[in-house]
Design a protein around this ligand. Structure first.
Ligand code: BG6
Length: 514
């Protein structure tokens, strides 16, 4: 949430895809947390829209099931529950048919009257992407967007599957909604520690002077998952890790780390600085892709003692699929601050750990003093942990107690979610959308430039006759991902958990220093 918080106005949320997975796992629990935290006042209503005919009772039973299973806040008393669900209703709509929106319109009006709402309407499309355009058109044609108050469209990713399709979608949407009314979700931007990057950088005088190519050697961003494709093969086979993770979440983190300080903490000022990073991001021509970008696909293997099948044996996946489940890349932001600093990113499924981390590796010092054979010293690292652990970790070098020349790595740690649970990304994003704060949503120019970066990579891979490299489930990707850094004389730093044994233990031997 930006400090430029606007007015929270009573509103109706029309939730398309109300019987889907995202609603159950994320959106209903987020609404419940906001309500429990008094961030949603008593003047709101949620009208769920789905394909299936469902009575209100059945819908409310599903709502309860979702909240008791996934909400981070425990179930409330029966009395409070009844008050909460009085705001919810459901209607089935064939969303492709503009004439079928009549019952939805009546429901919306009924709840606006019931809670005396002023006609502010928020439309959330938690739908298959091919429906985004048609639903947005039908909202206008059915008159649902002609309300007395504001109207906002929240749209899930993926926004298109390449630049052309994204442009078409954007044109379709812009018939019914202005750019300021469109809230494109990238849920990584709702994560506490992604939002915190800006604060860590711009509220601490000790980082900003060093945050450039004079002092930073390289940056590494890892987003690894232990899960495989799960039940999403129909989507993932056409998306792959490049479109699913790199085009959005990974590039968003690059922008947050590399942006210049905005002139003010105003939505457009922040977004302007972010988009400048994308404009300076070096785009690879198709023939440069093989050298700078690595893809991989998981084969069978083991994670935590469990035997797991390879991607090609997963339900719904083509037996000869060449969809990538892993991407690593070397990026450059060609501007004055970052020229020459490689930014290595990697993301993959079925890796040894679920973690998202950003590692800033500072340049090494001259070797004449402490960097000698007595000391096994590494460079200073600043590690920003995005999830599941949230926090920061600064790796320094200091003298070992009681020795003259032994210098050891020590760590300073800050944990963001050790004592208090952080809000879920969808809580902050829904709240921001309700208050009209679009800072942590993606603007059209960000989306389009991200596709310009990704499209040539996709084309290069679509054209190659080479077999996709494989990596066993439970490993850190194909060998090529390690060679990408080895070629530059660098290595991927171990992630949290793997690093713990080698660094924190040493740090604990030096408590007096901290
Ligand atoms: C989603 C992707 O956007 O992000 C998924 O579609 C991925 O494939 C997920 O699993 C990862 O999000 P998080 O918050 O668990 O890191």
């Amino acid at each position: 949430m930006s400090p430029e918080i606007q007015q929270y106005d009573p509103f109706v949320l029309v939730l398309f895809g109300a019987t889907g997975d995202l609603s159950k796992r994320k959106l209903f629990p987020a609404l419940y947390s906001l309500y429990q935290n008094n961030q949603l006042h008593n003047d709101f209503a949620v009208i769920g829209v789905g394909r299936s005919e469902l009575s209100r009772e059945k819908f409310l039973a599903e709502l309860k099931e979702s909240i008791s299973t996934y909400a981070r806040i425990p179930m409330c008393s029966e009395e409070e529950w009844q008050a909460f669900i009085s705001h919810f209703d459901y209607t089935a709509v064939n969303v492709k048919d503009a004439t079928a929106y009549g019952t939805l319109t009546s429901k919306v009006q009924e709840y606006e009257a019931k809670f005396n709402l002023p006609g502010n309407r928020m439309f959330y499309l938690a739908l298959a992407p091919e429906l985004f355009g048609v639903v947005s058109n039908n909202l206008k044609d059915s008159g649902l967007t002609d309300a007395k108050g504001w109207k906002r469209l929240i749209i899930e990713k993926p926004f298109g599957h390449d630049l052309e399709s994204a442009k078409t979608l954007n044109e379709e949407i812009s018939r019914s909604f202005n750019e300021e009314e469109v809230y494109r979700i990238d849920h990584y931007l709702g994560k506490e520690m992604v939002q915190n990057i800006e604060v860590i950088r711009f509220a601490n005088s000790m980082f900003e002077p060093l945050w450039n190519n004079r002092y930073i050697d390289n940056i590494q961003i890892t987003a690894s998952e232990t899960v495989g494709v799960e039940e999403r093969a129909a989507y993932y086979e056409h998306s792959g890790a490049l479109r699913d993770m790199v085009q959005n979440h990974m590039l968003q983190m690059v922008m947050m780390v590399c942006m210049e300080p905005p002139s003010r903490l105003k939505t457009e000022a922040v977004r302007d600085e972010k988009v400048k990073v994308l404009r300076a991001l070096r785009r690879y021509a198709e023939q440069e892709v093989a050298f700078n970008v690595v893809r991989g696909q998981y084969s069978s293997g083991e994670i935590n003692g469990e035997e797991l099948p390879g991607y090609r044996s997963e339900h719904g996946v083509a037996p000869k699929s060449s969809t990538e489940t892993f991407v690593a890349a070397k990026l450059f932001v060609d501007n004055f601050r970052w020229a020459g600093v490689p930014i290595y990113i990697r993301t993959g499924k079925r890796m040894p750990k679920k973690t998202t981390e950003i590692i800033i590796q500072f340049k090494e010092l001259p070797k004449n003093l402490y960097f000698n054979k007595n000391n096994d010293l590494g460079p200073n690292l600043l590690i920003i942990r995005i999830n599941p652990e949230e926090g920061m970790y600064l790796l320094l070098n200091a003298k070992r107690q009681g020795t003259d020349d032994k210098v050891v790595p020590i760590a300073m740690e800050f944990c963001n979610n050790c004592s208090d649970q952080s809000p879920e990304a969808y809580e902050s994003l829904l709240y921001d959308a309700a208050t009209g704060d679009s800072t942590f949503f993606t603007r059209w120019d960000e989306v389009s430039i991200a596709w310009k970066f990704v499209d040539p990579i996709r084309r290069a891979w679509d054209q190659t006759k080479e077999e996709i490299p494989h990596y066993p489930s439970g490993t850190w990707g194909p060998d090529e991902a390690h060679q990408l850094l080895a070629r530059d004389g660098k290595k991927w730093w171990p992630v949290f958990g793997e690093r713990e044994s080698e660094v924190v233990v040493k740090a604990k031997e030096q408590p007096a220093i901290l």
